[in-house]
Design a protein around this ligand. Structure first.
Ligand SMILES: Nc1ncnc2c1ncn2[C@@H]1O[C@H](COP(=O)(O)OP(=O)(O)OP(=O)(O)O)[C@@H](O)[C@H]1O
Ligand SMILES: [Mg+2]
Length: 347
């Protein structure tokens, strides 16, 4: 007599596409029914990738038909509906939908002042140093600081095709909300204005061919950030945190924000990890390793850590990111390592 256990055992030969684990150990099998040689199996997938479902069904049917005593097989694989406009998952981000821009990656943080813009700028320059074509889009509506950090004082020019041509600093093309406002005037951006402006960053800018476009989001994970994530066709997100923020669980908010808009999380960067004294002693001001621990806990990749170095702030103030001015020294090296980790995730 055929039993449910026999059917379950047989299904252990079916691997989840792209993984070494099988569908049973993934907990996908919801129901098994056996009656006089007829087997019926129901599985629930969490992925909305139709190809994965098709493969699992075909393979399951195949292995079950080979079980002695089985003469008919019915396999149903249920999937959640993909959200409108979402790219199929799981796995790496799909090709971006903006022509010429191969990967668009947002840099976010649970709250302000964790060094997000510093990380964005140095990461862009690190990727450039690794031979990648990079652009940087500063979407910080509250205080666009990136042009200063990049040492870019000119504004975009207008091409014959009446598109904005981004100025270039240290080999990185840059567009910023800051280019669109006069001087130090505080701007009150109203929702629809922000949306229109951000859309123009994609439709009215001559980016040319870029391997990666990094997008510095405004700090936080509120409605403004969420709306930006929905407006910009993102392929992935990076979360910047300090050890302290990580241990307070602020990282989780960043993860939840990307998940809400179905943007794959490429990893966490821990900034201001520790301080190295001039004599080389290590001082862990905010504790250390919180970013790594939280990444493990949340099951997202950890991209690396950047210590506190006076040179990092000074370089930012001078408009020459530390990766460019001292790529061979520990502060520059820290960012280059994060850049390499990110490139490995993006392919
Ligand atoms: N690893 C570091 N070592 C030393 N100084 C740093 C480091 N990271 C950032 N800073 C400094 O901390 C300050 C805040 O950094 P930054 O402006 O990048 O933060 P932010 O998260 O983008 O802030 P905001 O929320 O205001 O956008 C800057 O003066 C910057 O130079
Ligand atoms: Mg900033």
């Amino acid at each position: 007599m055929l039993t449910e256990d026999e059917v379950r055992n047989a299904l252990k030969a079916v691997k989840y596409p792209g993984y070494s684990r099988d569908v049973v150990s993934f907990g996908l099998v919801k129901e098994i029914a056996v009656r006089e040689g007829a087997v019926s199996v129901i599985m629930n997938l969490t992925s909305s990738n139709p190809e994965a479902a098709r493969q699992i069904r075909t393979e399951s049917e195949h292995v079950l038909k080979a079980v002695p005593g089985v003469n008919s097989v019915y396999v149903e694989v249920n999937q959640p509906k993909p959200p409108p406009g979402a790219s199929p998952q799981p796995g790496l981000p799909q090709q971006s939908r903006v022509p010429g821009l191969h990967r668009i990656v947002a840099i976010a943080s649970g709250k302000g002042g964790v060094g997000k813009s510093t990380v964005s700028v140095n990461l862009a320059c690190a990727l450039k140093a690794l031979g990648v074509r990079v652009g940087l889009l500063d979407c910080d509506i509250y205080g666009p600081s990136i042009p200063l950090m990049m040492g870019i004082h000119e504004k975009p020019t207008i091409s014959d095709a009446e598109k904005m041509v981004p100025p270039v600093g240290h080999g990185v093309k840059l567009m910023s909300m800051g280019f669109l406002v006069e001087g130090d005037q505080p701007v009150i951006w109203r929702g629809p204005m922000i949306m229109k402006t951000i859309q123009q960053f994609f439709t009215a800018v001559e980016w040319g061919e870029l391997d990666y476009l990094l997008v510095d989001l405004p700090p936080g994970t509120g409605d403004a950030q969420l709306t930006l994530c929905q407006t910009v066709p993102l392929d992935g997100g990076v979360i910047v945190t300090t050890p302290q923020e990580a241990s307070l669980g602020v990282v989780r908010k960043g993860i939840a924000m990307f998940q809400k808009v179905n943007v794959p999380i490429l990893g966490i960067v821990e900034n201001m990890s520790y301080y190295t004294t001039p004599t080389g002693d290590r001082v862990e001001i905010f504790g250390h390793g919180g970013g790594h621990t939280e990444a493990m806990r949340q099951n997202v990749p950890f991209l690396g850590e950047v210590p506190i170095f006076t040179e990092i702030r000074e370089a930012g103030d001078r408009g020459v990111p530390v990766v460019v001015s001292a790529g061979d020294k520990p502060p520059g090296q820290a960012f280059l390592k994060v850049g390499e980790a990110l490139r490995a995730k993006l392919g």
